[in-house]
Every structure is written in C-alpha cells, then in structure tokens.
Write a protein that binds this ligand. Structure first.
Ligand code: ZN
Length: 132
C-alpha cells in the first residue's frame, strides 16, 4: 500500500489521477485492480469527467443543494460534509491493464473535499500480477 498527502481547499474536487497513475507505474503490476481509499468521514473519492472543469464545479454545487439545513445533532457543525462524503463514498476501484489505469477517455479520479482546508491522506493499493 502506498499513500500520499493533500493540502485541500475549503471544498472542491481535486484531480488525483496523475498521482495514482504514478503509483500504478511504480508498482510494476501489469494486470490487476487499483483501489483508491480515503480514510476520512468528511471527504470522498469519485470518478468523473476531467475534460470540462465545469462538470465537477456543477457536481459540487448540486451536492451542496442535497445537504439540507436540518437541525443536526452532531455538535461539530459539519453534518452536511458527512452527508456529502456518504454520497460520493470513500473508495473507487479502477482496472489496471498493461501497467496503466484503464479509465474511460473522459474519466479522472477526484479527491472530494467537503470540510477543508485540511491535510488529507489518500491510500492506494494495487492488486495483481507483475508479469504479462
Ligand atoms: Zn463531524
């Protein structure tokens, strides 16, 4: 397992595709699965379009409308961030083929910050075979 740290903004989707791809390359795994896991309860990880940056901007705006202003019991005051973390989830899996992430043409891997700025951790585990 490898990990890397991110210094995040107050909220936003951060493209981590290149960092994950470098870890896949270093692992020398040719065929397998790459799991990206975020060990946080007010952040997430997801796969979505990386061609038009307006897409992730719109997704975050929509997620913000899905977290209603309820009278939450959680005293930390960040219950909407916990809810958005639930919606995007804490891990994604991507096929590894010929030693590279096999993402779709328009796909990127995003770390989703909902309660920053913070120092965050991303864990990457690659399961598979090193030879063809
Ligand atoms: Zn909390």
């Amino acid at each position: 397992m490898e990990q890397f740290m991110l210094q995040t903004p107050p909220e936003g989707f951060i493209d981590i595709t290149r960092k994950v791809a470098e870890i896949v390359h270093r692992s020398q795994v040719r065929q397998g699965i790459c799991q990206v896991f975020v060990p946080h309860t007010t952040a997430g990880v997801t796969i979505n379009e990386n061609a038009d940056p307006d897409v992730v901007h719109d997704l975050l705006a929509a997620l913000n409308t899905m977290a209603p202003a309820l009278r939450y019991r959680h005293g930390e005051g960040n219950s909407p961030a916990h809810l958005k973390s639930l919606l995007t989830g804490s891990s994604v899996m991507v096929p590894v083929e010929d030693g590279a992430l096999r993402l779709g043409t328009w796909q990127g891997i995003y770390f989703c910050e909902y309660d920053g700025p913070r120092q965050r951790r991303v864990q990457v585990q690659i399961l598979g075979e090193a030879k063809e």
